[in-house]
Structure formats: C-alpha cells, structure tokens
Design a protein around this ligand. Structure first.
Ligand code: ADP
Ligand code: MG
Length: 249
C-alpha cells in the first residue's frame, strides 16, 4: 500500500504518558498511522500494548499528550467519544459477541442503534460481511455454537458493518486454538490488502511480515522501536528488540 506522506495521519499519538496511580504505564509514546497503513505493535506481556491501543479510541484516558483520529482530538474532554468509537473498529482478544443474540442480530444491532440504519439495510450489510468472512451459513446460530475462530471472524464482520475509518486489533488470535489462528489472520490479511488502516497488537510475525508497513516494539511503556517492516526484522535498532525477536521467531 502506498501512502501519501503529505496527508495528515489517520491516527496520531503525540507524547502520550499515562499512569495507573503512581505506576507509569505509558512513557512519552509518539507514533502515527497513515491512511491505508498497517502498523503492528509487539512487545512483552505487561509492556503497555493494550493500554496504548485503547487510548486511541479513548477507552483508556491519558494524563499527558495528544491523540488525534482523523483529525478529531480524542484527548479533548469535549470530544464525543461515543461518536468517535462508532467509526473506529475494535477487535479484542476475547470475541465480545452478545451471547444471547443470534449471529445475524449481533451484526445488525449496532448498525440500527448507532448508525440508525433500518433493519433491512442493516441485515443486508451484515449478511454480506458474514459471507465475506465465510460464515453466511451460521447466521441463525448463537455465538456459543461457533468455534473461537468463527466467533472472532464474526467480531471482525461486526466491526466492519459500521464502515470504520480504521481498525484496532488487540491480540485477536492469542486466545484461539492454533488451528483457528490462520482463518482469522487470513481475514485480516485481506482487509489489509484492501487498504484498511490498521493498528494491530499481535505476536504473529508472519502476519507482520506479510502486510505490515511498520512494526512498533513496546517495552516498559516505551516505544523502543518504530521501523519500516523490513528494517525491523533485518536490522532492529534496539538491543531489546533483537532480544525479543530472538525469543519469538
Ligand atoms: P500488555 O497489553 O502489553 O500486556 P497492558 O497494557 O495490559 O500490557 O498493561 C501494562 C501494565 O499496566 C501492566 O503492568 C498491567 O499490570 C498494568 N495495568 C493494566 N491495566 C491496569 C489497571 N486498570 N490498573 C492498574 N494497572 C494496570
Ligand atoms: Mg494486552
């Protein structure tokens, strides 16, 4: 994906610091994601990756710094975060589908409630996306009747039904059985290749090698490396990154 260097970033994180009480979880983090870019975030457990990605749609407030999404200042208390979140797709580790609703209803609900689409339009869109992730036949089932990989694909379809301007993923495959990881990654690869702007916390380095434009390495709440993919894998700058890669590759 070629990106326009002159265009304002879709996601802009500037000098962000955050504390939980006296514990500093994010230390002066700055990075940006341009339109159409795929940025992978990796780093050891507890390093602040989830916290960082959740700051992007205001799920985690920060004490210092500025975050802009498509020019909207997430860190401004006057910003309507509900409205912002309606077009920032988020997929978590645990597929948070509504267990008491059919897959079809899971796909339709937010479109009707938040985007005020009528049922017919929302159903059409939801089913088209379900088809796209290869699960059209499961529409009338309930989440509990689907495998973890299938549920996560539904979660992605549900996020896409909102016509997101960008997508945030927080370890979307780390709770899945190994044989289901690829079916979810395949959907994400396709999305990336279609030009979706994505920020993805993952340790799936095969995914990163295939579609990432840049890879960010976080440790101890600091962005220690933020490099174009090839540079990240071939010549990681920081010793900590080298050490991390030597353990997971
Ligand atoms: P990662 O996603 O990289 O594993 P997290 O962002 O989840 O890391 O957490 C970073 C650090 O912040 C961890 O040390 C974690 O224990 C701590 N932490 C996360 N959430 C909270 C919270 N709500 N209150 C206090 N500490 C937290
Ligand atoms: Mg995490």
């Amino acid at each position: 994906m070629t990106v326009n260097e002159n265009e304002a970033p879709m996601i802009d994180i500037r000098n962000v610091s955050k504390w939980y009480g006296s514990f500093q979880v994010l230390k002066n983090c700055s990075t940006s994601v341009r339109k159409g870019e795929v940025v992978v975030v990796c780093g050891p457990s507890g390093s602040g990756k989830s916290t960082l990605i959740k700051t992007v749609n205001g799920l985690e407030p920060v004490q210092q710094g500025t975050i802009l999404v498509n020019g909207v200042e997430v860190t401004n208390p006057k910003t309507n975060l509900t409205r912002l979140r309606s077009h920032v797709g988020m997929v978590f580790q645990h597929f948070e589908l509504f267990p008491h609703l059919s897959i079809r209803e899971n796909l339709v609900l937010a479109q009707m409630k938040v985007l005020k689409r009528n049922r017919e339009e929302a159903t059409k869109k939801g089913l088209a996306l379900l088809d796209r992730v290869g699960l059209l036949k499961q529409a009338e089932k309930y989440p509990g009747q689907l495998s973890g990989g299938q549920q996560q694909r539904v979660a992605i379809a549900r996020a896409l039904a909102m016509d997101p301007i960008c997508m945030l993923f927080d370890e979307p495959t780390s709770a899945l059985d190994p044989e289901m990881i690829n079916e979810v990654l395949d959907v994400m690869v396709e999305l990336a290749q279609e030009g979706m702007t994505m920020m993805v916390v993952t340790h799936e380095m095969g995914f990163a090698r295939k579609v990432a434009d840049r890879v960010i390495f976080v440790e101890g709440g600091e962005i220690l490396e933020d490099s174009p993919k090839d540079e990240f894998f071939e010549h990681p700058k920081s010793e900590r990154t080298q050490h991390f890669l030597s353990k997971i590759l």
